[in-house]
Design a protein around this ligand. Structure first.
Ligand SMILES: Nc1nc2c(c(=O)[nH]1)N[C@H]1C(S)=C(S)[C@@H](COP(=O)(O)OP(=O)(O)OC[C@H]3O[C@@H](n4cnc5c(=O)[nH]c(N)nc54)[C@H](O)[C@@H]3O)O[C@H]1N2
Ligand SMILES: Nc1nc2c(c(=O)[nH]1)N[C@H]1C(S)=C(S)[C@@H](COP(=O)(O)OP(=O)(O)OC[C@H]3O[C@@H](n4cnc5c(=O)[nH]c(N)nc54)[C@H](O)[C@@H]3O)O[C@H]1N2
Ligand code: SF4
Ligand SMILES: [Mo]
Length: 889
């Protein structure tokens, strides 16, 4: 591939489902820079902290650059042949259902399309499922129950037009930051706009909320059935819409009326007053959008939560109208594209249904498929159970890391280890999943591959390559198509470009589609390479012959649902009380995300900037619970469930609900001693969608009685660390490590040498009685590493210590200052990073507040913090607030 240094390439961010446009540029010296695409309708030039730091994540460190078989390097021919022949042989011996693909919402549509086509049309099994099962399955099932199709009715613009936004189980400020900023900007223009947040925790998203409902875990069904009953009682229905466009209202209302207000209050943990205020606000605000995400989907009642929300929108006719509608926001960059190609085990391509014989016949005809799957395949949790019990004998994992992200992950890991044949296509050589693969296939990464993704508002955008494919890495679609050819299915996989795959996908969406199917992009059925290269972002549907490319589209304002009678279906839902905790496991573990990390950290873990915001695994615990369990702030705690355990740092905070813990999903064996959170979660799933209940797990917590704590910085990434607790994070000059030890009878100099190499040039300070040890090693004038040990959590400034790796230390005075372990008086400690764009710490912001800055804007003027991507503005406001409270006390 030719690199044109002067040219900016228009592409799409590979992180979240907001789907922001990115302009990427490669300078003559190879340096990559990115900025937001001002013309992209998802972000109009904005990027969040993760998008802004993309250039820090594309180095070749740790990349898988050649195919490998049983741990040795192999050529593509041999590797592809091994995959094709083993799959063919397994199918011949044990039937098509003895093999499976586990794929990902991070594949491009073209990759996804061919993987699905191979399994469902040619292998003849529907055993292809995706990590979207852990993510969007409940929304898909809820949409299909209510609308007869998996349709997201609204657009991002609705968030700006709404008078009320209800955010349910969504930490938008951290997980969809650019959407959050669009809302914040709209609210600044129209301060009368109201925002309600429904989340058991007081997250940073609460910063713009007028009302935070700290709901009891899984109280959502009660909250929204209670709302439907309220709307009925208070004459707040759109009776014409209900009568003409829907069916089943009476039964839904009856079911929703099981609980009276006091009952709803009990089930939700909210006061009747809070409920009354929320209900009346909803009832009187015509332009209401309800945005929901994993606090809704990842639940044993996930699909019911979705339908309880949709019921309220149908009852008020608030759907598909400017500024009104239910809005499920997608997580992954191509979660939506995966749904379009039918990547889930219970769907067929182009929003057709595997259980519908007419749909099967149509897809068979279109693909000229020799063996179209006749019935749904195994959903993710069941798929790994089938791997465990030997029903599945050959498994191909693409672009996902199930050893870290599947519930009951230790059991999933054991199943993968025991599986006779495991293929993993990934961009990295070493992840917790890749390590168990018999065949490792190097895929091209973001920046090297071409294709399309669809964002939360059904907008299809191009990802474009701006870097050459490194080593022997190949695009995922190519890998799958080559294997298909070797399995004897050449005629179905003759494509040689992503454009040809996209054209086929578009043609299938329009094939015999007389308007009975929502997903129709027939306008692109004949797309040629040039048009594909230039393809501008567009929203579906876009039917063949649709002359004007409509700037925005909505569904269902006038009914026309994809059900047999064209009417939407109310789903009768009853709240069910459920207790998962018991005496032994008395706390509820809630899991999720942090601002600057992405999933299993395979990309964000490479960025020093992103790794400074939160540098180790942690669990939030309410102060009363912390006191009850004898846990102090910054203690190391062991959290266990009947399935496994983790060791993480305790963060005592009243933002957390009493009785619950919150921990992020990101840390893996690559970054921490025992941080794989999904070792704790259970394989309990929603009965309709099969989505696991990842936010409600019974656990217990205990203080890990560490005899010594440590913190170290070093230039090279440390090899295995001999400490009970460790967590590594990248920093600008190298790496930083948090440590805790079960024992303090340790030769600290030896430990330091193992961590960052023995050096003749070492400086040490030991106070054995106080348990304090500090050791620094130098390599010429540069610091090679420094270790700080204390009997309690180490108080040294992390930012300052990391900075020492980048400085020269010629004089004894500077060197001694390191073992003194605190910043020199002339260099105050910046504190934990808040603004990752400009590396501004919490202490700097607090100092600026003390010096008179009283607004986010004035902090921006003084320190620049919050003025680039804006992802940290909520945290800055929280620091200002905290100072204000302190001052008032
Ligand atoms: N920074 C960052 N952004 C991301 C990602 C990432 O890894 N990092 N991943 C992307 C992906 S794939 C996804 S799916 C999205 C997820 O985006 P979100 O769904 O916004 O993120 P989560 O943190 O998983 O969960 C959201 C909230 O649900 C709350 N919650 C838990 N239980 C309940 C409950 O019973 N009821 C209610 N109402 N709320 C509850 C949690 O406290 C949490 O704050 O983020 C996307 N964006
Ligand atoms: N406890 C708990 N568990 C969860 C969740 C939770 O909230 N709580 N959330 C769930 C959700 S919503 C999601 S979406 C999942 C996410 O979980 P995963 O999908 O397992 O997480 P990722 O780290 O995104 O894994 C992507 C993998 O693909 C590789 N990769 C990146 N680009 C490419 C490419 O172009 N081609 C190929 N072949 N490989 C590539 C990366 O190196 C990485 O190994 O986690 C789920 N698990
Ligand atoms: S909000 Fe951030 S992570 Fe999501 S697409 Fe936009 S820049 Fe990427
Ligand atoms: Mo997700």
């Amino acid at each position: 591939m030719e690199i044109d240094a002067a040219r900016e390439v228009r592409t799409t961010c590979p992180y979240c489902g907001v789907g922001c446009g990115v302009l990427a540029k490669v300078a003559a010296d190879g340096q990559v820079s990115v900025r937001g695409d001002p013309d992209h309708p998802a972000n109009f030039g904005r990027l969040c902290s993760k998008g802004s730091a993309l250039a820090e994540t594309i180095d070749l460190d740790g990349r898988l650059l050649h195919p490998e078989i049983d741990g040795r390097r192999a050529g593509w021919d041999e590797a592809l042949d091994r995959v094709a022949s083993t799959f063919s042989q397994t199918i011949a011996e044990h039937g098509p259902d003895s093999v499976a693909f586990y794929v990902s919402g991070q594949l491009l549509t073209e990759d996804y399309y061919v993987a699905n086509k191979l399994m469902k049309g040619f292998v003849g099994s529907a055993n292809i499922d995706t990590n979207s099962r852990l993510c969007m399955a409940s929304s898909v099932a809820g949409h299909r129950r209510a609308f007869g199709s998996d349709t997201v009715p609204g657009t991002y613009e609705d968030l700006e037009l709404a008078d009320l936004i209800v955010l349910v189980g969504s930490n938008l400020a951290w997980c969809h930051p650019v959407l959050y900023q669009r809302i914040a900007a709209a609210r600044e223009k129209r301060p009368e706009m109201k925002i309600v947040l429904v989340d058991p925790r007081r997250t940073m998203t609460a910063d713009i909320a007028d009302m935070h409902l700290a709901i009891a875990p899984d109280g959502d069904v009660a909250l929204f059935t209670g709302l439907l009953a309220y709307l009925g009682q208070h004459n707040a229905l759109d009776r014409a819409y209900v009568t003409e466009r829907t069916t089943g209202f009476g039964q839904a209302l009856l079911a929703a009326s099981t609980l009276d207000l006091a009952g709803v209050a009990e089930a939700t943990g909210l006061s009747e007053d809070e409920l009354g205020r929320f209900y009346s606000l909803f009832a009187r605000t015509e332009k209401t959008v309800t945005v929901y995400s994993q606090g809704v989907n990842q639940s044993s009642s996930g699909t019911d939560k979705v339908n309880a929300i949709i019921n309220c929108h149908l009852a008020t006719g608030r759907i598909g109208k400017p500024g009104a509608g239910p809005f499920s926001v997608t997580g992954q960059p191509n979660a939506m594209g995966g749904r379009e190609v039918g990547g889930m085990a219970n769907m067929l391509a182009a929003h057709m249904e595997i259980e519908n014989p007419a749909h099967r016949a149509r897809v068979r005809r279109f693909w000229n498929a020799p063996a179209l799957a006749e019935q749904p395949g195994l959903k993710a949790v069941d798929m790994f159970k089938a791997v465990a019990d030997g029903r599945i004998k050959a498994l191909w994992i693409m672009a996902t890391n199930p050893v870290d992200s599947m519930p009951d992950a230790d059991a999933v890991e054991a199943a993968i280890k025991a599986c006779p044949f495991v293929v993993v296509s990934d961009v990295l050589a070493s992840t917790d999943t890749v390590r168990h693969a018999h065949v490792r296939l190097p895929a091209t990464a973001w920046g090297e591959k071409d294709g399309t993704v669809t964002n939360s508002e059904r907008r299809i955008s191009r990802q474009r390559a701006f870097l050459p494919a490194p080593g022997e890495a190949r695009p995922d679609w190519w890998i799958v198509a080559e294997v298909a050819r070797l399995m004897g299915f050449g005629q179905g996989f003759a494509h040689v470009t992503p454009a040809q795959i996209f054209a086929e996908h578009a043609a299938l969406s329009a094939y015999e589609n007389d308007g009975a199917r929502d997903f129709d992009i027939g306008a692109y059925a004949g797309i040629e390479a040039e048009e594909y290269d230039a393809l501008a972002p567009f929203q579906w549907p876009e039917k063949d012959g649709q002359a004007a490319r409509s700037p925005s589209t909505r569904f269902f304002a006038n009914g026309n649902f994809y059900t047999p009678d064209g009417k939407a279906r109310f789903i009768p839902i009853r709240p069910v009380a459920e207790t998962r905790t018991d005496e032994k496991f008395s706390l509820i573990l809630n899991t999720g995300r942090v601002r600057d990390h992405w999933h299993t950290m395979t990309r964000t873990g490479k960025s020093p900037r992103l790794s400074q915001h939160i540098a180790e695994p942690f669990a939030e615990i309410h102060p009363a619970d912390a006191q009850h369990f004898g846990i102090g702030d910054a203690d190391i705690v062991r959290i266990s469930s009947p399935r496994g355990e983790v060791l993480v740092r305790a963060l005592v905070t009243s933002r957390q609900r009493q009785g619950s813990l919150f921990a992020p999903m990101h840390w893996t064996d690559q970054f921490a001693a025992k941080g794989r959170l999904d070792a704790l979660t259970a394989s309990l799933t929603d009965p309709v969608s099969g989505q696991p209940a990842l936010k409600h797990v019974a656990v217990r917590i205990e203080r890990f009685a560490a005899k010594a704590f440590g913190f170290a910085v070093m230039r090279q990434r440390p090899a295995p660390v001999a400490a009970t607790y460790w967590a590594v994070a990248k920093c600008r000059g190298g790496w930083r490590v948090e440590l805790a030890f079960a024992d303090d009878d340790i030769d600290w100099a030896g430990f330091a040498a193992a961590l960052f190499g023995a050096s003749p040039d070492m400086l040490a300070y030991h106070d054995r009685d106080a348990g304090q040890h500090r050791i620094a090693a130098f390599d010429g004038e540069r610091l090679a590493g420094a270790l700080f040990v204390a009997p309690g959590p180490v108080a040294v400034s992390r930012g300052w210590a990391a900075e020492q790796l980048e400085e020269t230390h010629a004089g004894q005075r500077e060197r001694f200052r390191i073992v003194a372990g605190r910043a020199g008086a002339e260099r105050p400690d910046a504190g934990a990073t808040v603004c990752s764009c400009f590396s501004v710490g919490a202490n700097q912001i607090a100092a600026a507040v003390a010096a008179g800055c009283t607004s986010v804007a004035s902090i921006g003027e003084t320190l620049k913090a919050g003025t680039n991507c804006g992802s940290c503005r909520a945290e800055i406001r929280a620091i200002i607030e905290a100072r204000r409270v302190q001052a008032a006390e």
